[in-house]
Structures are given as structure tokens and as C-alpha cells.
Design a protein around this ligand. Structure first.
Ligand code: SR1
Ligand code: MG
Length: 390
């Protein structure tokens, strides 16, 4: 039949065709699309006891419409990432019931009993003790398993080849890792930030550091990444009295530098901290970078003795983790900056009555993280950089 764009009314028949729905009555379906790229539907039985999520990639960027075409085969990357994570961290992703490569559609667990982390934080909730630790563990488990430490060399080469994702990588190379530093029609910002946007575009030293991070993003095939690990790609809540953290939406997945995943999480946590500071609702925000790093490092070191290639010795592990830390800081800086003077801004800041003071602080911090990433060698050093912002 070929690829067809699914509408709300198509979902009951689609789920039956694909063998996901055999109840006598059709499910009730509602569209809950929220992200920049895709459509999501929730299908629920009339008695409310069963539900499924259907996510379909459109042949364009959803928020831009057909004027920004995009190959829907990005859903293949998402399905592949879920398959890999399911082997090592199944408790940290939604259950995937099936992938339909013809329609670029995933049928997954309905997670609407959980909340998007960004939404909760914007409402003033704290992170709590588990969220950032689970995210650090997630990155360690997923990245170790898909690195040259966790996979035999030939399998890794096959994974790298299968995971090449040129269009989605190009989005990141453009919107995160170059456009904010040049004139580009995608860029926009609040007029109270004109001076900083102009300074950043005129700063040759900053541009060279971003070029370095961009080139590492293009060439540093360390592990399979989530590729877009911001707080809108994380759901949290409680099930049967236990905390639940689920990472979703890995459509930007490819084999790249591990610091890109950690850095995106840190950037979004630091911006959320600036929102809370502006509103006077700061709680456990200042702990999150440290908690996620410590969990990442602890889990990576725990997995190290299982490495497949013992030529990588313990001294090399220390060096490798230092590199991941430094690159994570740099990528955190680039993500902060693009979310304020580039494309795809964050509601953390856009919903503030006066977004300017928090945005200015965040932009200055982003620049510090890029330029001083080699000097800021610990979570405490990052805290000092935040404390010295004016
Ligand atoms: C054109 S897509 C813009 C952004 O949305 C996604 O969530 C990624 O962060 C991407 O950079
Ligand atoms: Mg997304």
C-alpha cells in the first residue's frame, strides 16, 4: 500500500491491521503531537483499561510544515535506538510493541500517566533524587554497550554503518552547531538580547571553539546516542509507589560523541535553573549536573571490567571520561545558546513574563561552558561559573 499519513480517524483500523487491536470496540483516539518533528496519537479502549501510543514521522518538520521537507525514515533511527537500549536499559524507555517501516510508525506504551520533565519543572516541581541519576545511568548503559568497549570491532562497524543518519545530523550541525553564530533566517531572539546575539556572531574565538565541537560531532563515533536528550524527551512519575524515568524520542540517534547526550541534558537543566531563579522557585536545580555526571561515571566505571577489548586499560578509562566531561560542557554551551538566539526556543524561558534577565545569564553561561570547558574540570567548577554570572 505504501506510506500514508495517518489521521486520527485512521488509527483504529491501522491498529487492527497491524495486529495491535482486536477488542470488539474500536479505541477512542486523540492526537497529542507536541514535539517539533512528528505526530503522536493515543488510542484508548472505551472502558479505559487499555491504551497504546502511535507515533508517525511526517515527510516534513511538523512545526514548520511542508516548506521544510524531511525524510520520514528518521523513524528507522528511532526504532533502532530503542532496540539497542532495550538490550541494556529496558526500564528506562517506553515498551515498543512494533515498528512499521513502510509507514514510519511506532506503536508504543502509552505513557500519559507520566509527565514530561520540562512541563513539571516549568510548573515549579523539583527534580527529586532519582531523575538525574537515572539519566546519567541511561547514558552510561546505552553508550557503553554501543561503544568499542561494549561491542566487538566488526559489530561496531556494522552499527556505525546502519546508524548513519545524514538529514537529522545535518539539522544538529546547522541549528545547534553553526547557525546561531552566523546570520541565518532560522535565528530569532528577543530584542533585549540584540547586543549578545551580535557579540556572539562577531566572536571569532567562540566560533572556532564551536567549530571544534561541531567537527567532533561529525567525526567522534564513540557510541550510539539518543541525539536529542532534552527535558522534553524525558517522562517522569510514579508507578506502584516507585519512581519512573523514561527517555523517549531518540529519532536523532546516530553514532557520535557521548558528550552530546550529557551536554543536552545539562543545558536544559541549567536553563531550567535560570527559570527557577528568575521566579524565586529554585529548589534542587543546582544539584542536577553533578548528580547526572556522578551516576554516569559510576555506571561507566562499573561496566568497564566487562569491556571486550582489554588493550583499553584503566588509565585510558580516566582519560576517556575526562574527554567526555569536557565535551559535554561544550555541547551544553552550544545547546543553551541555540535555544535562545537560534531555532526551537524553550518554554522554560519563553513563558517568563520578562525572559530577558534569565536569558542573558543563560547565554553568558553557555559561552563560558564552550570557551572554558577545558578549565572547568568538576561540577563544583561549573557551580562557580554559574555563581559568577552577573
Ligand atoms: C527542525 S528541528 C528543531 C529541533 O527540534 C528537535 O527536538 C531537535 O532539538 C532539533 O534541533
Ligand atoms: Mg524530539
Amino acid at each position: 500500500m505504501g506510506y500514508r499519513i495517518l489521521e486520527t480517524d485512521d488509527i483504529p483500523a491501522y491498529l487492527r491491521e497491524r495486529g495491535h487491536w482486536d477488542d470488539a470496540a474500536d479505541p477512542r483516539v486523540r492526537e497529542v503531537s507536541d514535539g517539533n518533528m512528528n505526530r503522536v496519537f493515543l488510542a484508548t479502549s472505551t472502558d479505559g483499561t487499555r491504551s497504546l501510543a502511535v507515533k508517525q514521522a511526517l515527510p516534513w518538520v511538523r512545526v514548520a510544515g511542508p516548506s521544510w521537507p524531511m525524510n520520514p525514515d528518521r523513524a528507522d533511527a528511532e526504532a533502532r535506538a530503542y532496540e539497542q537500549v532495550a538490550k541494556v536499559a529496558p526500564d528506562k524507555i517506553p515498551a515498543v510493541h512494533g515498528y512499521d517501516p513502510e509507514n514510519y510508525a511506532l506503536v508504543m506504551e502509552d505513557m500519559s500517566d507520566l509527565e514530561v520533565l520540562r512541563t513539571l519543572l516549568n510548573e515549579g516541581a523539583p527534580y527529586g533524587p532519582h531523575t538525574s541519576a537515572r539519566i546519567g545511568e541511561f547514558v552510561a548503559q546505552f553508550s557503553f554497550a554501543t561503544s568499542d568497549f561494549g561491542m566487538a570491532s566488526a559489530d561496531r562497524k556494522a552499527l556505525i554503518a546502519a546508524s548513519v543518519s545524514p538529514e537529522l545530523c545535518k539539522i544538529t550541525e546547522d541549528v545547534v552547531l553553526s547557525e546561531p553564530y552566523i546570520e541565518h533566517e532560522h535565528n530569532h531572539w528577543h530584542e533585549g538580547l540584540d547586543d549578545l546575539a551580535a557579540q556572539f556572531r562577531a566572536d571569532a574565538g567562540l566560533r572556532t571553539e564551536v567549530a571544534d565541537l561541531r567537527h567532533t560531532f561529525m567525526t567522534g563515533a564513540q557510541a550510539l546516542l539518543h541525539g536529542d536528550l532534552h527535558t522534553g524527551s524525558i517522562m517522569v512519575g510514579e508507578r506502584e509507589g516507585a519512581p519512573v524515568v523514561r527517555v523517549f524520542d531518540p529519532e536523532f540517534s546516530f553514532v557520535g560523541p557521548i558528550g552530546y547526550d550529557l551536554g543536552l541534558y545539562w543545558a536544559n537543566a541549567l536553563v531550567s535553573e535560570e527559570r527557577a531563579r528568575a521566579l524565586g522557585t529554585l529548589s534542587d536545580h543546582e544539584d542536577q549536573l553533578r548528580l547526572s555526571w556522578e551516576a554516569f561515571e559510576t555506571e561507566f566505571r562499573r561496566l568497564w571490567p566487562t569491556r571486550v577489548d582489554p588493550f583499553f586499560d584503566d588509565a585510558y578509562l580516566d582519560r576517556f571520561l575526562c574527554r567526555v566531561w569536557t565535551e559535554s560542557l561544550g555541547y551544553a554551551g552550544t545547546e543553551i545558546i541555540r535555544r535562545i538566539i537560534g531555532f526551537a526556543h524553550l518554554t522554560d524561558l519563553t513563558t517568563l513574563a520578562d525572559p530577558i534577565p534569565a536569558s542573558r545569564r543563560a547565554l553568558l553561561l553557555g559561552r563560558e561552558l564552550i570557551l572554558r570547558r577545558a578549565e572547568l574540570t568538576s561540577p563544583n567548577a561549573v557551580r562557580e561559573a554559574v555563581a559568577s554570572l552577573t
